[in-house]
Design a protein around this ligand. Structure first.
Ligand SMILES: Cc1cc2nc3c(=O)[nH]c(=O)nc-3n(C[C@H](O)[C@H](O)[C@H](O)COP(=O)(O)O)c2cc1C
Length: 167
């Protein structure tokens, strides 16, 4: 799973996404955008989220020659997805580790990608926004907008995860 720097992420990711997902028996490979990691570290929430998985929570790329810290998930859940990172994903701009794994997943027909943007009405009125959503859906991603006012947990129910799959 991937999370970006959206309102509430450092408080809500644990309770509304990561813990319910871990309780379903899923092994979590969590990647944060660099800004989201900064928010988790500053709020003291980083270690709590990290405690839900045996895999490292990452936001940085590995060095050449270092082993890949995460296995290849069959399902990617990007929640919350910022307007900025959603736009970059649609354009294929992989300028951090979170976008690198998402862009690769989007180009892999065997991998399910769910993108859950949370954004303001002003951000949604950007002239390129609708085109970005159309691009992502055209590539096979499931796009479901989430909100600061509604629990995010519902997006887990729509994921095609079974057995030992790893979001
Ligand atoms: C307190 C705060 C809350 C924010 N909430 C959102 C949000 O809900 N959605 C969004 O698209 N951007 C939001 N932003 C702006 C993003 O954090 C900003 O665009 C950032 O560059 C996104 O980086 P990332 O996508 O790499 O995590 C917020 C910024 C701040 C400071």
């Amino acid at each position: 799973m991937v999370a970006a720097a959206c309102y509430g992420v450092e408080r809500r990711l644990y309770d509304e996404i990561a813990k319910p997902a871990a309780e379903r028996g899923w092994r979590l490979a969590i990647t944060l955008t660099p800004t989201a990691e900064r928010w988790f570290r500053a709020s003291g929430e980083f270690d709590r989220v990290a405690s839900l998985t045996d895999l490292p929570v990452r936001s940085e790329s590995r060095l050449p020659g270092e082993p890949r810290p995460h296995p290849d998930p069959s399902t990617f859940l990007f929640v919350p997805a910022s307007a900025s990172s959603t736009a970059k994903l649609a354009l294929g701009i992989a300028d951090n580790q979170a976008l690198t794994v998402l862009c690769e997943a989007l180009g892999n027909p065997g991998v399910h990608v769910s993108v859950c943007p949370q954004l303001s009405p002003e951000q949604a009125r950007h002239p390129a926004w609708r085109g970005h959503l159309a691009t992502l859906r055209g590539a096979g991603a499931v796009v479901t907008t989430v909100s600061p006012d509604q629990p995010w947990t519902g997006v887990l129910d729509a994921l095609p995860v079974t057995g030992t799959d790893r979001p």
